[in-house]
Design a protein around this ligand. Structure first.
Ligand code: AKB
Length: 318
């Protein structure tokens, strides 16, 4: 049975990933690790939890040894918008933090390290429609720079040290359990909370700003499927494009209005618009489909229906 460590476990993806991995591999085999944010009562009571700063290599090593870890899902990261406000922090956490995890992985001979990348690894020179897996990678955000670096480092550790590092380029992730924080695609989560609570939302991106997006169940399924894929089938390692849906704020608003007809949205683009403008609008994920059978389950309509149903219960707006 695998013994897994999840860094960034209290974050948007990490929190649901821990739940899914605990369901699959048993609670006691999945160690959740956060930096400072306290875990929920459920996360703490269900299985082991540790506070770990990814900038402290010895602390990472200690936890890996303590629990006899063989697989790490390294989800701890600073996202794009925060990364532009605090580029030095983003550099340290996303690049030095990852380097520490890879070095510990090499020293402890870990079986596998999963490291998510992002559509932010692309930049304004990249073709924006159906962006190929292999294309121009010249990001203009610190977050994007850190993600390209992460992909290259992961591929290097595989080739040079035989460490099995794998990763996917996530689009914006939409979810209803833990709020995202500091991302450019966060509007696509906030909008649901505001639509249900106040029937009004002020969007920080333009109405027609199309970006690739994905519903959380698909994001979790994708990462776990890649982790379980037969290594002999993989031609890539840390750089798989992953697509599900692409939509603009305007298209999402129309979809929400099918269920909440009096919902209104205003548009006041801020500094995050420039980040969004540097990213692809849609992604070609043929490599992931062919090499490990990737297939998303949720389209825009199914995701919107499920989000509103779940959030109405959560927010007591039944
Ligand atoms: C962000 O908006 O920074 C992230 C991402 C696309 O990687 N959600």
């Amino acid at each position: 049975m695998e013994k897994i460590l999840v860094t960034g476990a209290v974050g948007q993806i990490g929190s649901e990933l821990v739940e899914a991995l605990r369901d699959k591999y048993c609670n006691e085999n999945v160690v959740a690790a956060g930096h400072r944010t306290k875990p929920t009562k459920e996360m703490k009571e269900a299985g082991p939890f540790e506070f770990v700063d990814v900038l402290d290599k010895d602390a990472i090593k200690l936890v890996i040894k303590k629990y006899n870890i063989d697989t790490v899902y390294h989800m701890g990261a600073v996202l794009s918008a925060t990364g532009e406000e605090k580029p030095q922090l983003a550099f340290r956490v996303n690049i030095i933090g990852l380097y520490n995890v890879l070095e510990v992985g090499r020293e402890c001979e870990l079986e596998r390290i999963m490291v998510p990348s992002s559509i932010a690894a692309f930049g304004p020179d990249t073709p924006t429609e159906n962006t190929p897996n292999e294309t121009i990678m010249r990001p203009t955000t610190m977050y994007g720079v850190s993600k390209v670096t992460g992909e290259l480092l992961g591929n290097y550790y595989f080739k040079r040290f035989g460490l099995d590092v794998r990763g996917i380029r996530y689009p914006g992730i939409i979810s209803n359990k833990t709020l995202p924080g500091g991302g450019t695609t966060d509007y696509a989560v906030e909008i649901f909370y505001e639509a249900i609570k106040n029937k009004h939302y002020v969007c920080f991106l333009k109405e027609d700003s199309t970006l690739p997006m994905m519903y959380m169940p698909d994001a979790i399924k994708g990462l776990i499927s890649l982790s379980e894929a037969d290594i002999n089938q993989l031609k890539h390692h840390c750089d798989y494009n992953l697509a599900a849906v692409s939509f603009s704020p305007g298209e999402l608003v129309s979809e929400i209005q099918r269920i909440i007809p009096d919902f209104k949205c205003e548009y006041k683009p801020d500094f995050r618009q420039e980040i969004a403008d540097s990213w692809p609008k849609s992604i070609d994920d043929t490599a992931a489909r062919e090499e490990w059978g990737w297939e998303p389950l949720y389209d825009l309509r199914a995701m919107t229906l499920d989000m509103i149903e779940k959030l109405r219960i959560k927010l007591g707006h039944g």
